[in-house]
Write a protein that binds this ligand. Structure first.
Ligand SMILES: [Zn+2]
Length: 332
């Protein structure tokens, strides 16, 4: 296998994240395993967001927004007269803040991440890297090739559902290992492998979230959305909206629903592997992800989310002044 350059990139397959039917907010829609109407799933990364300390991400975004607004002052001009409390003002201000952050380069990071994912797939397939790959990227990919030489990649981009969490997600790859798993003989064979392309500090920030994410995937079931094909939804087109609404209301029997599910098989639920391709570096590193700890954290996230949805913690107290002048209070 060599890292030669070539001119024509291979056509990328449709990402399963794009092909699974989604609601207006981009969340996956699936038929539950015990049957029923299509239900909305939470995305894996969104689900575990609640256990992550996002303060560093939040201050980074604030810095980028400020720099972007300084670079493109017309963005500030557009904020004039917008009310940050009204729904319309909020929407416009959010969009302007997002644009300012993009001007400062916040979206470049995610574009570069996607690019590194694509390059790594060339290496996995043993194909030459596309023309235009920078010397730094070639160095990083050479490091990737060496570090992952003990991994036999088996499948890529599998959409899985974890019904007990109400979560769906797509993992990058599974792999058999040329070296012993930390589980020893208890290991069933394949491992969930996920590629991370954040900067050098990403591993430290991701020490809770990454194992939780892989643990969720490892306990998932393969879901084939083509068993219940959804009609294409064209907003504003009455016929397509009608067909979509009908699909959303269609009840499926448990027997039929089961046809869309398939177990993941011999996937290790104790350990997964994170491949870190730092977009600000030239050295690739592999990490064991503790999936038992990760699953424990995923269940903790389920608990946090249930508590956030709980009502009745605060009940409005209404004072009632009586005719005699004394007062009583009644909860409503
Ligand atoms: Zn294992």
């Amino acid at each position: 296998m060599s890292l030669n350059l070539r001119e024509i990139p291979a056509k990328a397959a449709v990402h399963p994240n794009d092909s699974v039917p989604r609601d207006g907010r981009g969340s996956p829609l699936i038929i539950p395993p015990d049957g029923g109407k299509p239900m909305v799933l939470t995305r894996t990364t969104t689900f575990i967001d609640c256990i992550e300390d996002k303060s560093a991400l939040s201050t980074w975004k604030q810095r980028m927004t400020l720099l972007g607004a300084a670079e493109q002052p017309s963005i500030l001009g557009e904020t004039e007269g917008l009310n940050p409390s009204s729904p319309e003002g909020k929407r416009k201000l959010n969009a302007l803040a997002e644009r300012a952050a993009d001007v400062a380069g916040a979206s470049k990071a995610s574009a570069q991440g996607t690019h590194l994912h694509t390059l790594s797939e060339y290496v996995d397939r043993g194909e030459p890297l596309p023309q235009g790959t920078t010397p730094e990227e070639v160095e990083l990919m050479a490091s990737y090739m060496i570090e992952t030489s003990g991994l036999h990649m088996i499948s890529a981009e599998q959409f899985v559902v974890v019904p007990e969490l109400g979560v769906g997600g797509t993992f990058d790859r599974t792999a058999e290992l040329d070296f012993p798993c930390r589980s020893g003989d208890a290991c069933p064979g394949r491992h969930i492998v996920d590629l991370k392309t954040g900067g050098e500090t990403a591993i430290d920030y991701g020490k809770i979230k990454m194992p939780a994410q892989l643990a969720i995937y490892s306990r998932g079931q393969k879901y084939d959305h083509t068993v219940f094909p959804a009609p294409t939804r064209i907003r504003g087109d009455k016929e397509s909206e009608k067909a979509w609404a009908k699909w959303r209301k269609t009840e499926v029997s448990a027997e039929e629903a089961a046809k869309a599910y398939e177990p993941l098989g011999d996937i290790c639920q104790d350990w997964g592997i994170i491949i870190h391709l730092p977009q600000d570096g030239t050295e690739c590193n592999l990490y064991w992800a503790d999936l038992r700890q990760g699953w424990d954290d995923a269940l903790f996230a389920l608990d946090i989310r249930a508590r956030r949805a709980r009502k009745g913690g605060l009940i409005r107290l209404v004072s009632q002044v009586t005719r005699e002048g004394s007062s009583s209070s009644t909860p409503v």
